[in-house]
Design a protein around this ligand. Sequence first.
Ligand SMILES: Cc1ncc(COP(=O)(O)O)c(C=O)c1O
Length: 414
Amino acid sequence: MSSLSSPCASSEVETPLGSARTPGVPTCLDTSGIRGQFPGLTPGWHYLDTAATAQKPQAVIDATVNAMGRDYATVHRGVYARSADMTLAYEAARRRIAGFIGAKEDQVAFVRGATEAINLVAYAHPRKGRVLLSTLEHHSNIVPWQLAGWEVDVCPLTADGRIDLDAAEKLLTPEHNMVAFAHVSNVLGSPLDVARAAELAHRVGAELLIDGCQAVPRLPVDVTALGCDYYVFSGHKLYGPTGVGVLWSDKLDALPPWQGGGSMIDRVTFAGTTYAPAPTRFEAGTPAIVEVIGLAAAVDYVQAIGVATIHAHERALVGSLRDQLARRNSITLYGPENSAGIVSFSMAGVHPHDIGTILDESRVAIRAGHHCAQPLMEHLGVAATARASFGLYSNDDDVAALIDGLARVERIFG
Ligand SMILES: Cc1ncc(COP(=O)(O)O)c(C=O)c1O
């Protein structure tokens, strides 16, 4: 393995936007104990694909096993004690998850994931019109708007791969009803100045939807302080189960229901149906009971470590990896210096899929492809990139294994 100086030296960390420093937050986590709590992290395997989906701590696995076994029952309907207990647990989970993002519980609707949350807003919104997206959006923050019939405008990026808010300011007009941006890019790691984006959107009378998929596991998020109108994320990227995600808004009551069925109603007759208040009216059918309980356990786990600490830890690893990649002539690096937890790169003359396949032989797992961001690939002038992404359990050994593996790729391709 390459010898590395630890990136974890400073006792101060940068804030999410890298513009100021917050004293007193430890910059690195002791991952030796943490890794043992993640059964998916088998010894000797270097998992650098956490932006795709995070490994799960035993606490989350235990919570879902108990919810599906010992404690299992439906919610909201049962008159028997087990169901009443499960209902209490489900609603307590909503409170804990809402608290995690600085929200009130009745502002949080459970959906299947960020993709479904964006579809919900795009389809249910009573004022479908013009939406401003950006070049770096994930397909799940592009295609729903197109399918639901919105007119789409595109905000360009700065040279270092951030959403160019000066350009957004010029592009926005009173014709725009919505701005929808990623809080952190899943390819470049670029963090967004959400407060400024909110100010720009609101100035022209538009609302702001933030795709927080890559941000909630990496940056402290307080939706009230951010000033956005909708915030969405997926549980599985936050160390929780698949099949559950969150739509937050402080104006959910202004949205009509999207999907109909059981649970979301007030009264049903053939003459007409009235609906439950938000958030229940957005949870048609039996909800993802087990997954919601698991997500609350994930939130507890992350909060016990502290998102600011996780952010500092991942920034130190990103800094170390970017420095070492920058020293290799074969490598082109994408994204800004202050990228949050994610590093995209390419190697001259080698397809990213070959990089990924050869690294896999060294037990290093990265992502290679267009990362569900084809317009961004077109902007970068590439078909694909290689992407390494960190989680709270990543460490210097993972970085060293990646660098050693890339040296091997260079040798193989001459
Ligand atoms: C930035 C971003 N937005 C949205 C999504 C979609 O998330 P999901 O597939 O969990 O709905 C992802 C997943 O990769 C993402 O990284």
